[in-house]
Design a binder for this molecule. Structure first.
Ligand code: SF4
Ligand code: ZN
Ligand code: ZN
Length: 324
C-alpha cells in the first residue's frame, strides 16, 4: 500500500523510492523518508514552542500506531536533554476485545524504549468500564455516543494522571488529519473556538501535538518502517463516531486534491475565531475547572448512576437565533 512507483529517491538519488509524497511530488527511499519525517516533527516542536529543556513530559500512548510513533520519537529527543523526563500514560477505557491488546502493546513498546509507563483505567477512576457505561446509557434511552463518553472521560483520566505525576506538559499523537477534523467538527457543532495550536501556560497542564503538521498516512508508514507492533483489532464503537463522516470526506478530498489538509490547517489557524478562554469556574461536583455548573464528565457519570441532570451548555449557540 505504501510503495511508490518504481524510481529512485529524489533526495539521495541512490536508493529505490518506497514512498511518494503526492502533495510535494517527492519520491523517497526508506532512509530519506524517516529522516525527513523526524526532521519535520522536530521543526513542528520548535515552531509551536512545545517543550522546555527541563520538562516532565507525559506522552499519551493508546497503543495505536500514532502514539507508539510519538513515544519512539520523544524517547529519542528526550535522551538528548538530560534535564527532561518522559512518562508514558495509557488510559484503559475498558473496551472488550480491543483495549487489552493495545495496553499490552503499549507496555511492551515502552519497556523496549526504556520509558516509564503507567496505566490508568476508567474502572478504577470512575467505577465503570466504557462497555458498562454504554450498556447502562442504552438501557436508559440516552443518545450519548460511546465516542463522546470515551473522549470526555479519557481527557479527564489523562489530566488526572498528568497531575499525579507532576507533568509540565502532555503530548498527544494527533496528526494533521485529526487536527483538521477537530477544527471542522467544532465548526459544525457550533463550538466556534480555535483549538490551541501551541503551548499555552494557564491553570491547566498544556497539551501539545507534535504530529499536527504530519499526515496520518505518513505516521502509519513510519510505524511500519520502524517495525512497531501494530494492533490487529479495531474498536467496536468506531463505526458510531460522527467524526468518521468528516474523516472520510477529508481523506477523499485529500486523495483527489493532494495538499488540501495542509492548506485547510493553515487557513483555519489564520481564521479570526475566538481563542478558547481560560475557565474560571469549578464544577460543583468534582471541583475540576469547567465552563458549566457540572462538568461534562460529571454529567455523563451522573447519567450513568442516575443522579445528575443535564446542565445546559453555555458555548453552544441557540439554534432559535438562526432558524426562523
Ligand atoms: Fe473511544 Fe470511540 Fe476511539 Fe473507540 S472509537 S477508542 S470509543 S473514541
Ligand atoms: Zn533517499
Ligand atoms: Zn465535574
Amino acid at each position: 500500500m505504501f510503495l511508490a512507483e518504481k524510481g529512485y529517491c529524489n533526495l539521495c538519488h541512490r536508493s529505490e523510492a518506497i514512498h511518494m509524497r503526492k502533495y510535494s511530488g517527492e519520491r523517497l527511499c526508506r532512509r530519506c523518508f524517516i529522516k525527513t519525517f523526524e526532521r519535520r516533527v522536530a521543526k513542528t516542536i520548535s515552531e509551536y514552542d512545545m517543550f522546555h529543556y527541563d520538562d516532565r513530559i507525559v506522552v499519551a500512548v493508546s497503543g495505536g500506531k500514532d502514539s507508539l510513533s510519538l513515544m519512539d520519537l520523544l524517547a529519542r529527543i528526550e535522551s538528548l536533554h538530560p534535564y527532561s523526563e518522559l512518562i508514558a500514560v495509557t488510559v484503559d477505557e475498558g473496551i472488550s476485545g480491543y483495549r487489552d491488546e493495545a495496553v499490552e502493546i503499549a507496555r511492551v513498546e515502552a519497556r523496549n524504549k526504556g520509558v516509564e509507563h503507567m496505566v490508568v483505567s476508567f474502572k478504577d477512576q470512575f467505577g465503570y468500564t466504557l462497555d458498562e457505561m454504554v450498556a447502562v446509557l442504552k438501557e436508559r434511552g440516552s443518545e450519548t455516543y460511546p465516542c463522546t463518553i470515551c473522549g470526555v472521560l479519557r481527557r479527564r483520566s489523562l489530566g488526572q494522571a498528568a497531575r499525579a505525576v507532576g507533568a509540565d506538559v502532555v503530548a498527544t499523537a494527533h496528526t494533521l488529519d485529526d487536527v483538521v477534523q477537530t477544527y471542522i467538527l467544532n465548526i459544525v457543532r457550533g463550538d466556534l473556538v480555535k483549538p490551541r495550536a501551541g503551548r499555552v501556560e494557564n491553570q491547566l497542564i498544556p497539551r501539545v501535538t507534535p504530529f499536527r503538521l504530519t499526515p496520518e498516512k505518513e505516521v502509519a508508514l513510519y510505524a511500519y518502517l520502524k517495525g512497531m507492533y501494530l494492533q490487529t483489532h479495531a474498536c467496536r464503537y468506531a463505526s458510531t463516531s460522527s467524526r468518521n463522516l468528516i474523516r472520510f470526506f477529508l481523506s477523499d478530498f485529500e486523495a483527489k486534491h493532494p495538499g488540501s489538509l495542509f492548506t485547510a490547517l493553515r487557513s483555519l489557524e489564520r481564521m479570526p475565531l475566538p481563542e478558547k478562554t481560560t475557565v474560571s469556574m469549578k464544577c460543583r461536583i468534582c471541583g475540576e475547572l469547567s465552563s458549566r455548573e457540572a462538568c461534562r464528565a460529571c454529567e455523563i457519570l451522573g447519567t450513568v448512576s442516575g443522579k445528575v441532570r443535564k446542565t445546559p451548555s453555555r458555548r453552544r449557540p441557540r439554534l432559535a437565533r438562526f432558524v426562523k
